[in-house]
Design a protein around this ligand. Sequence first.
Ligand code: THU
Length: 137
Amino acid sequence: MDDKTLVAAAFEAREHAYTPYSHWAVGAALLTSDGTVYGGCNIENAAYTPSNCAERTAFFRALYDGHRSFEAIAVVGGPEGQEAPDFCAPCGVCRQVMREFCSLDDFRIILGRSDGQMRTYTLRELLPESFGPENLA
Ligand code: THU
C-alpha cells in the first residue's frame, strides 16, 4: 500500500470523529505488517480525560484483533467539518503507545494535509531518547 492510499484512509477515518468539545477532528490509518489497515478517530468525553486520540483508537482496534507488528500510520487532523490545512502530529501519549509495539527506525509516521502534502518521520525522530519494553527486560 502506498502512502497516498494510507493518508486517504486516514481522511475517511476522520469522518467518524466524535469531537463536541475541541471541535478538532483527527483520523488515523494504521498499516499492519500483513497489510491490514485499521482506521481510528478521536473520541471525546464530557469528562475530558477519558477522550481517546485517533492514533490510539487505531492501535487498540488492531491490538485487540491480535496484530503486534506494524509498518506505518497516517494521521490527518484539523478543525471539525473543514479541510486539514496543516499537519497534525501525534501527541506524546500516542507516541509512547507506538513505542511499545513499533520499531524506532522502521515504523513510519506519515502526516497528511488536504492539499496532498505529506511529511514522513520515523518513530525515533518523533520520540528520541525513549523508554520502552527492553528497558524493563
Ligand atoms: N488528537 C488526536 O486525536 N490526535 C492527535 O494527533 C492530536 C490530538 C485529538 C485529541 C482531542 O480529541 C483533539 O484532538 C484536540 O486535542
